[in-house]
Design a protein around this ligand. Structure first.
Ligand SMILES: [Zn+2]
Length: 136
């Protein structure tokens, strides 16, 4: 099980950059093709930028052409939580960190057909890549 993390807005604001706070805690979106990871091909583990919870492995990352990092599955079913999002006049499924509830992005059903068929469209600013060999 993923341990739940609960912090106040003031605590998050102190812990995160302004851009991270805007995306992770206020459900913002970074402009496409601007994030540090949309084109990243390094092998490693993508963790939640807010709390460090493991979210996605690089081997489930693929180039969707959307301008955001795209993955076809999370590291485990409870690594992320999804919820219906009807903001901005669209019905979408929001993806949040399974541990701290921070906003990561959205999941769409136009992912790779030979995999899960899902496209987890995630903001770079919500992610922190631990490259293989680092951090041990
Ligand atoms: Zn988190």
């Amino acid at each position: 099980m993923v341990d739940k993390i609960d912090k106040s807005d003031a605590e998050w604001r102190a812990a995160l950059s302004d851009e991270q706070f805007r995306v992770l805690r206020q459900k913002g979106t970074e402009p496409p093709f601007t994030g540090v990871y949309h084109d990243a091909k390094d092998a490693g583990l993508y963790r939640c930028a807010a709390c460090g919870n493991p979210l996605f492995r690089s081997d489930s990352k693929y180039d969707s052409g959307s301008g955001w990092p795209s993955f076809w599955q999370p590291v485990s079913p409870d690594a992320v939580i999804s919820e219906r999002d009807s903001s901005h006049g669209m019905i979408r499924t929001e993806v949040m960190c399974g541990a701290c509830g921070s906003h990561l992005g959205h999941v769409f059903s136009d992912g790779p057909r030979d995999k899960t068929g899902l496209r987890y469209c995630i903001n770079s600013v919500s992610l922190d890549l631990e490259r293989d060999g680092e951090g041990e």
